[in-house]
Design a protein around this ligand. Sequence first.
Ligand SMILES: NC(=O)c1ccc[n+]([C@@H]2O[C@H](COP(=O)([O-])OP(=O)(O)OC[C@H]3O[C@@H](n4cnc5c(N)ncnc54)[C@H](O)[C@@H]3O)[C@@H](O)[C@H]2O)c1
Length: 267
Amino acid sequence: MAGRLEGKVAIVTGAGSSSEGIGNGKATAILFAREGAKVLLVDMFEDRVAETAAIIAKEGGEASTYVADVTSAAECEQMVATAVDRYGRLDILDNNVGISIRADVTDVTEEQWDHIMNVNVKSIMLTSKFAVPVMKRNGGGAIINISSMAGMRANSSMPYTTSKAAVIGITVALAGDHGTDGIRVNCIAPGLIYGPMVAPRMDERLRGDRMHAAPLGTEGTGWDVGYAALFLASDEARWITGVTLPVDAGLLITTPVTYNSLDQQKY
Ligand SMILES: NC(=O)c1ccc[n+]([C@@H]2O[C@H](COP(=O)([O-])OP(=O)(O)OC[C@H]3O[C@@H](n4cnc5c(N)ncnc54)[C@H](O)[C@@H]3O)[C@@H](O)[C@H]2O)c1
């Protein structure tokens, strides 16, 4: 049986993991390759993407690594050119790179603000700037931007929330501009995922609190984000563009502490 992405070429940015384990970008890259895509694995650190490439190779998939800083226009241009040189086309761009900092408006520095906006927002403008013309020549493509639940609700990180809200904005703008080019642009808003990005800052109590914060009460992983990206990248989502899909165990739809205590009182 043909894979869901058979014959397609994909770029996944941030395809490594910032600490041990399998994060959103790594899981997405592995799932894309499992479903038949040829994947360019992009990261700032060669050893991080080499790990992802080794997993894909072991499973018999096709992928190669490319080291780039996606805040650099020249490196983004070269990244897209490399995908086309190696694999002949580009169908899917998964903009997964993102960083977070904890700060409110009184303590964030100007340097921190510029850095997070560059990494989380400007990078998507740059990768898309070079990917869109190539996809347009193919007759279409799919772009998936990784936002966060923090882009929709406050999360004790004003710069992160602002940047992730902008990711939703750029999704809508690109989807509107390039729909007639056959390019679908969608967004994923992960909730309290347990993965390499947050694990180093977490103890067991906080991990449990995060797990029980949403109605499903189970722990989310990079695979949950990866499967959502796989769907949005595939032709199964051919009529879906401009949406933001929460992958959050229901975190967005309620305030669990209040909700659960009401339930216990049998209201
Ligand atoms: N883990 C969570 O709880 C959570 C929740 C909501 C949203 N997200 C979003 O998911 C995305 C990342 O998830 P992950 O699990 O893959 O994280 P991760 O930190 O494990 O991996 C991200 C990778 O991006 C790379 N990277 C960072 N800056 C880069 C740059 N300028 N150029 C190229 N590569 C760069 C890092 O080296 C790292 O390998 C981010 O956009 C993040 O905001 C995560």
